[in-house]
Design a binder for this molecule. Structure first.
Ligand code: GBH
Length: 489
C-alpha cells in the first residue's frame, strides 16, 4: 500500500504539474537528507514489475493514491485535464484486477497541486478548495469505474498539524518565524481540518448520488491515531487525558462524520478558534463514511497538564511519553522518533473506536514499522528484518483477537508498506517497506523476510478460524450424549 509522491518519481513526466511537496522539498533544510520524490521508487515506470511483486507475495489488495496534479496539472475545476495521467491510473487498475488484486484508491495523500496553493491558499480556502476537490473526485470516479473502494483523504491530521502548525510538512506553515514567513499555528490547522471535512463530505455526496447506484462501490476516509495508556494508572486526570488525546487526534474528524459535531473536549479548549458547522455542512459530513479507514502504528503514555495550554497546543493539554510513572517502557526504539511497537495498544484502540462509533466496518489501511539503523546495514542483513516480522506477527494477532473475542468489525488489513519509499521529511533514510529498495542501484527491489511472512501469517489465522468454525458447527459430543439420555428417559 503506497502513496503517489512517496513512490512514483517521474515528477515531470507525461504532463504532471508540481504539487506542494515538489515545492517544499526544494527548500533547503526541510527534508533530512535533502532529497525529494523526483525519483522515489520509480514506480510510475514500473507498475508491471510492482504488480508482479504483489502477486508473488500473495497480496489480495493494494491501496495507492492518485497524484492530483497528474490528472489536473493545475488542479482547478476550470483547468485543463491531462488525459495521459488518467490513462496511467486506469491502466494500473486494469492491470491490478487482471492480477486478481483489489485496488483501493486514495484521492488525497497530502500532495495538493501547487497551483492551488499559490492561486488561493490551497486547503485554507473553503469555497475554492472544496469545489476543486469535488471536481477532481468526480473526474476520478467517472474515469475509473472499476475501482470499488475509495478513500477521500489520508490522515487529514497530518495535513493540518504537520502542514499548518508544526510546519514540518508541505506547505510548511507555522507561527515559528524562524521556520516560515507565513502561518498561524493556533488557527490555521483547525480551519484546514474543517475544510477537509467539507471536501470529504462533498466527494462522498457525489459518489453516492452519481456513481454508487451504478458502480456499487464504497467510500470513506482514513484517519491516523495512536493508542494511549495513562502515565499514572491511579490518576483519574491521566485516564481522562488518554481519551482526550484520541479525541484530538481521531474524533476531531470522526465525531463530525459519525455524530455531526466536534468533540466537547476540543470545543472546550479551542473555543472559537475551532470552526462551527452550518446546517448544510452537517448534512454533508454526518453519516459520510461507508467504512472507517484506520492507520495505526504506535502507542504513548499520557500525562495530563495543569493550567491553560499554549494557544498552539494541538494534543489536548497533555504530554506524550515512552515511559510511565513506574518506569515501564511502551516498546522498543525504531528509526522513527514517534514509533515504538505496542501491539496490545492496537487491540485497545480498535475497541475504543468500535465502542464510540458503534462498531463500524473497519479497514486497517496502514500498519507497519521502521527499524533502527536499517539503512546502515549491508543489503543481505537488511533483508533479515526479524524486528519487522515480529511487529507484523504481534499486531496482526492482536487484531485477530479484537475480531474474534471483542466483536470488532475489521474487514481488511493493509501493511505499510510494499516498498521502502520517500518518508517525507525523513527522506530515504527511514525505511518502512517489506521490500528493500536499493536506491544506489537503480531502485532494484529485494523482498525482505517480512514480505514472505505476510501470506503465511494470514493463511494460518484463516485456517485457525475455519477449524474453529467447523468445531462450533458440529454438536459437541457431551451435549449429544446428554440429549440421548434425555430421549431415553
Ligand atoms: C503515515 O503517517 C503516512 O500515511 C505515510 O505516508 C507514512 O509513510 C507512514 O505513516 C510512515 O510514517 O507525536 O503527536 O506529533 C504517519 C502517521 C501521525 C506519525 C502523527 C507521526 C506524530 C504524532 N504520523 N505522528 S505526534
Amino acid at each position: 500500500m503506497l502513496c503517489s509522491y512517496q513512490i512514483e518519481g517521474s515528477t515531470d513526466v507525461d504532463g504532471r504539474g508540481p504539487s506542494i511537496w515538489d515545492t517544499f522539498c526544494a527548500i533547503p533544510g526541510k527534508i533530512a537528507d535533502g532529497s525529494s520524490g523526483v525519483v522515489a521508487c520509480d514506480s510510475y515506470k514500473r507498475t508491471k514489475e510492482d504488480i508482479a511483486l504483489l502477486k508473488e507475495l500473495g497480496a489480495k489488495c493494494y491501496r495507492f493514491s492518485i497524484s492530483w496534479s497528474r490528472v489536473i496539472p493545475l488542479g482547478g475545476r476550470n483547468d485543463p485535464i491531462n488525459q495521459a495521467g488518467i490513462d496511467h491510473y486506469r491502466q494500473f487498475v486494469d492491470d491490478l484486477l487482471e492480477a486478481g488484486i483489489t485496488p483501493f484508491i486514495t484521492l488525497f495523500h497530502w500532495d495538493l497541486p501547487d497551483a492551488l496553493d499559490k492561486r488561493y491558499g490551497g486547503l485554507l480556502n473553503k469555497e475554492e478548495f472544496t469545489a476543486d476537490f469535488e471536481n477532481y473526485a468526480r473526474l476520478m470516479f467517472k474515469s475509473i469505474p472499476k475501482c470499488k473502494h475509495w478513500i477521500t483523504f489520508n490522515e487529514p491530521w497530518c495535513s493540518a498539524i504537520n502542514g499548518y502548525n508544526l510546519g514540518i510538512f508541505a506547505p510548511g506553515h507555522t507561527s515559528d518565524r524562524n521556520k516560515s514567513p507565513v502561518g498561524d499555528s493556533a488557527r490555521e490547522p483547525w480551519i484546514v481540518g474543517h475544510n477537509i471535512l467539507i471536501a470529504h463530505g462533498k466527494a462522498v455526496k457525489v459518489y453516492r448520488e452519481e456513481f454508487k447506484p451504478t458502480q456499487g462501490g464504497e467510500i470513506g476516509i482514513t484517519l491516523n491515531g495512536d493508542a494511549t495508556y495513562p502515565w499514572d494508572p491511579e490518576d483519574p486526570a491521566d485516564i481522562e487525558a488518554c481519551d482526550r488525546k484520541i479525541e484530538f487526534a481521531i474524533s476531531w474528524f470522526a465525531d463530525p462524520i459519525y455524530f455531526g459535531d466536534y468533540p466537547a473536549s476540543m470545543r472546550k479548549q479551542l473555543g472559537e478558534r475551532l470552526p462551527t458547522f452550518t446546517e448544510e455542512e452537517v448534512a454533508l459530513v454526518k453519516g459520510s463514511n461507508d467504512f472507517y479507514g484506520m492507520n495505526h502504528y504506535t502507542a504513548n503514555y499520557i500525562k495530563h497538564r495543569k493550567g491553560t495550554p499554549p494557544e498552539d497546543d494541538f494534543l489536548g493539554n497533555l504530554e506524550t511519553l515512552f515511559y510511565d510513572k513506574n518506569g515501564n517502557c511502551i516498546g522498543p526504539e525504531t528509526q522513527s522518533f514517534w514509533l515504538r511497537p505496542n501491539a496490545q495498544g492496537f487491540r485497545n484502540l480498535l475497541n475504543w473506536l468500535s465502542k464510540r462509533y458503534n462498531y463500524p466496518k473497519i479497514y486497517v489501511t496502514e500498519n507497519g514499522t521502521s527499524l533502527k539503523g536499517e539503512s546502515d546495514l549491508p543489503l543481505e542483513q537488511a533483508l533479515e528484518d526479524d524486528f519487522r516480522c515480529k511487529y507484523f506477527h504481534d499486531y496482526v494477532h492482536a487484531m485477530a483477537k479484537a475480531v474474534e473475542e471483542d466483536g470488532v468489525n475489521v474487514k481488511g488489513y493493509m501493511a505499510w508498506s510494499l516498498l521502502d519509499n520517500f518518508e517525507w521529511a525523513d527522506g530515504y533514510v527511514t525505511r518502512f517497506g517489506v521490500t528493500y529498495v536499493d536506491y544506489k542501484d537503480n531502485c532494484k527491489r529485494y523482498p525482505k523476510k517480512s514480505a514472505r511472512q505476510m501470506k503465511p501469517l494470514f493463511d494460518s489465522l484463516i485456517k485457525k478460524a475455519e477449524v474453529e468454525a467447523a468445531e462450533a458447527a458440529k454438536p459437541a459430543p457431551a451435549v449429544a450424549e446428554e440429549q440421548a439420555e434425555e430421549a431415553d428417559a
